[in-house]
Write a protein that binds this ligand. Structure first.
Ligand code: NAP
Length: 301
């Protein structure tokens, strides 16, 4: 029996663990992969305070993890399959058994959206990627495309210019959504081309990706782009496989919380990217992880 059981060891879940364990609550933290979540696959994090020259996502997440261990958070490297949130004692079932807790914090994060174009699934891992730091090196000195116009697409495209011969960013509108600093860096980078108003119709190849078939949304003009890899960054979806039907979520599936990060189910809280919020960053995940303790203490007392 745990006081607090946290599902997901990204920055939000790990911060929540540090806070609850440090406050004296017996805390378990369930993680199916490596601690750190999406932040751990980010090359350089420049907007997390305390690191004036930036820090790699994996290094920052290792520090977060070490801090959970300092305060005695128990790690459970397991896959959550189902939950039972009826009653005062919550139950979480993993591939290894069922755990009980007075409080559950859902910190399961989000995963990249797919583009939904022809051959995307077929070429996943053979030219189609959703992680530049994981796969960029496979395209050293080769041309690649990046799809999307948000912070992730532009920042990852900039990262890819360090190793790829050329990076073509393809965005469906005539204006990028990314922050101004990333935009000006992109415009100043001569290894990065931006194609606006354009969508991908098809990913072409035999055993690996070799071309993209594109169409201009304004002119209707079709074109072919020769590339060896395509990195897709068109937003994220919540990791919600195990959510019970009675949990309130928004139309995209993100968990609705009140200002104490409590969900509509008493004793169940949500933090980080998995909850409906305006800004998904490490700083806001960390803010959630700290704030949730306040709601938990109110609930338990
Ligand atoms: P995002 O902000 O939701 O942007 C997704 C991009 O993909 C948009 O440009 C969107 O186009 C495009 N898109 C969506 N569906 C598409 C489709 N079917 N075909 C073509 N394009 C499509 O996602 P994100 O960039 O991954 O960022 C997610 C969150 O993380 C944001 O809150 C972001 O600020 C944050 N983030 C911050 C940083 C940072 O602060 N350094 C870094 C990374 C991420 P439209 O613009 O036309 O909608």
């Amino acid at each position: 029996m745990y006081d607090v059981l946290i599902i997901g060891a990204g920055p939000a879940g790990m911060t929540a663990g540090v806070y609850t364990a440090r406050a004296g609550y017996k805390t378990g933290l369930i993680e199916v992969g490596v601690p750190g979540g999406q932040a751990a696959t980010t090359d350089l994090i420049e907007n997390y305070p305390g690191f004036p020259t930036g820090i790699s996502g994996s290094e920052l997440m290792l520090k977060f993890f070490e801090q959970t261990q300092t305060f005695g958070v128990e790690m459970l490297y397991e896959h959550v399959q189902s939950v039972d949130f009826h009653g005062d004692i919550k139950k979480v079932t993993t591939n290894n058994g069922t755990y009980e807790a007075k409080v559950v914090i859902i910190a399961s994060g989000a995963h990249p959206r797919t583009l939904g174009v022809n051959n995307e699934g077929k070429f996943r891992g053979r030219g189609v990627s959703y992680c530049a730091t994981c796969d960029g090196f496979f395209f050293k000195d080769q041309p690649v495309a990046v799809i999307g116009g948000g912070d992730t697409a532009v920042e990852e495209a900039l990262y890819l210019t360090k190793m790829c011969s050329k990076v073509t960013l393809i965005h469906r509108r005539d204006q990028l959504r990314a922050n101004k600093m990333a935009q000006s860096r992109a415009l100043a980078n001569d290894k990065l081309d931006i194609i606006y108003d354009t969508i991908v119709d098809d990913i072409i190849g035999t055993d690996k990706v070799s071309q993209l078939s594109l169409s201009n949304q304004k002119t209707g003009e079709k074109s072919i782009l020769d590339i060896n890899g395509v990195f897709i960054f068109v937003g994220y979806l919540p990791n919600n496989d195990f959510f019970p039907p009675e949990l309130d979520v928004d139309p995209q599936g993100y968990i609705l919380t009140d200002e104490n990060l409590a969900t509509n189910i008493s004793g169940v809280f949500a933090v980080g990217d998995v909850r409906a919020k305006k800004l998904r960053q490490v700083t806001t995940a960390v803010g959630d992880g700290g704030l949730v303790l306040h709601g938990i203490e109110n609930y338990l007392h």
